[in-house]
Design a protein around this ligand. Sequence first.
Ligand code: BGP
Length: 477
Amino acid sequence: MMNQFPKGFLWGGATAANQLEGGYDQGGKGLNLADVLPGGKVRYSIISNPGFDFKMDKEQFHYPNHEAIDFYNRYKEDIALFAEMGFKAYRMSIAWSRIFPKGDEEAPNEEGLAFYDRVFDELHKHGIEPVVTISHYEIPLHLITEYGGWRNRKVVGFFDRCARTLFNRYKNKVKYWMTFNEINGAILHPILGLGFSPDSEETRLQESLQGLHHQFVASSMAVKAGHDIIPGSQIGCMLVYAPVYSIDCQPANVMHALQEEQMFNYLCGDVQVRGEYPAFTKRFFKENGIELDIQDGDLELLKQHTVDYIGFSYYMSRTEKKVKTDEEKASGNIFSGVKNPFLQASEWGWEIDPEGLRISLNQLYDRYRVPLFIVENGLGAVDKVEEDGSIKDHYRIDYLREHIQAMGEAIEDGVDLIGYTSWGCIDLVSASTGELSKRYGFIYVDKHDDGSGTLERKKKESFYWYQNVIATNGSEL
Ligand code: BGP
């Protein structure tokens, strides 16, 4: 069979600062959003519901991100393991609060900047291309408590200062950037995306869309600054993408699925890639009483400084029905859909759908005609260490194989796909549960939900499998 993956395809893995670094009070770092989010069952309701109070209560909660997997002190060992797998790219993020500990300072924290210098140098030593998300569910706590997070327009200026600082400092080390992780997820979980808890369920949409508008402006400013400061840089947006299926061919259900798709999948992409609010927002905003504060010059900025590529995460598809009962709802999926009778779900209820990835790639490419980069995909599972120390994660291999096959099909369909960094290439703290027992890695980390563990790294079976996938540029799966 002809190899479907182009030469230079960016195979690798992805992580986020707050989920793996730990060292939350080292190197002059300030407190950030993740530092005050507890782990465990309570986490999900906090990130999805209004009314969270950001005061840290050390007595009441366990904060897994404080130590995470200690990448801050072990990055050399971890990058050597990525290199052993043959990574061409490594997607990571910057902890904003390492660079500007409170967020509103004039000058950056040199120790924080120097840390990422060391990480980038180590990656380049091994021939690995860094792909950097500027803000991955990340904002200094001070910008939340003093300014109200992204609901405040002033945060745009602070972000712009941070982005420029990064571009200037790392201009010879980083070519691929993304502005905000899963920007369209903000409406579902404003805390993670926008750094505030909406006042109420009634005001959630208005507040989130205003926060999003501020991020659109900040993202365009970053695109402009990145292009000015780093010639040849590639600055992307980052979407969480799940194609929306109608439960059946009843036209009312099909229309409902389309509307969900428009607001969730296309609003952010249209603003960031096409440079304008899409036509459907006019009616949606009117019917939902949304009034955005859009300042002079904003719309021109969005139009002029659009992204170079789309990075997106893909974990599941979503099935919709206009009127649904509680029993029909798909409980684990992060979206509001109904169960798809044709799909199996992960232990967390995320519906597994490799064909949906091929569909997503085709939809995104047809609509936007810019290069695509899958910057997250993977299976969260509980892994067992056997007595001989091995970890036989064949379920993860099966999941990844089928998704990579779907990518190959999409490339043959004509899609311009430039890379694949699977999520959590090394076990890390889960964003939605705050737990370590939901593992994604090729590399196991001996660290557990109660905080115990030696932090020792072990290679899973998937490690060797992925190593061969990369070595054969995807032709042996
Ligand atoms: C995405 C986030 C990641 C990540 C992943 C897996 O939504 O961008 O940060 O964690 O999902 O989700 P979880 O960790 O909740 O299993």
